[in-house]
Design a protein around this ligand. Sequence first.
Ligand code: URA
Length: 270
Amino acid sequence: MPSSSPASPSSCVITQRIRLDKFLANYTPYSRAEVKRLLKQNRVTIDNTTTKDGSIKLLPLENTVTLDNDVVNTVGPLYIALHKPQNVECSATPSHHSSVYDLIHNPDNPEKLAPFLIEKLRIAGRLDADTTGLVLLTNDGQWNHKITSPHKNCTKQYEVTLEKIITPEMIKILESPMQLHNESKPTQPAKVDVISSNVIHLFINEGKYHQVKRMIAAVDNKVIGLHRLAIGKITLNKNASCQHQAQPNTGHDLQLGHWRFLTPQEIQSI
Ligand code: URA
């Protein structure tokens, strides 16, 4: 088993107690079910004492855990920003194209991450295959929830290229609650910034299925290009992440298809 994991700028020291079985599932390639088996087989020790009890709570900074005599190292939770190209699916089991996980595995990327850590990453807000832009991935479920829950008011900024010219009437409707087909509740009011006659920046807090495309269709227009510029204050450009809105690309954005670790400031901004 890998006894050490790559350190990363987004590594966080874990100061809280964590169950042994959860700890092993997070920081080894094994699933929770496999961890149970490893414990039964007496392959795990805490501070030199063999244990079968997965419910023991340990302090990763103070206790030493071994699996098959190798120390299990932690890198803490992982937070990643990726610049998704078109024709890449936000799914671990893509049906028509390659997956964002293939991009993270890509050895050409300047950043590297062990495969078993990549498998534990979850996408915090999917994009359609034909949408480009910012995708965040993490193994921190609570942080993911803060982004995706409609109750947490995490704003996503999209650059939307429209088939027809945007009108004041369309903006008024988009900025009001909209009842989309097959939804139990209306959308939260969006905010629209007009960039040109057929390009807008749309700010929404939710992530309903095909939300932007459906909102635009509901005002009798059509999305012909969609790009996510920002999630909260995080953008493709790590130097710009503390601004309230994504700025025009100044050449510092992540290259298309590349990914990077988030900075501590970006992680805390959510
Ligand atoms: N809304 C959409 O319609 N598609 C996306 O990919 C993201 C938001």
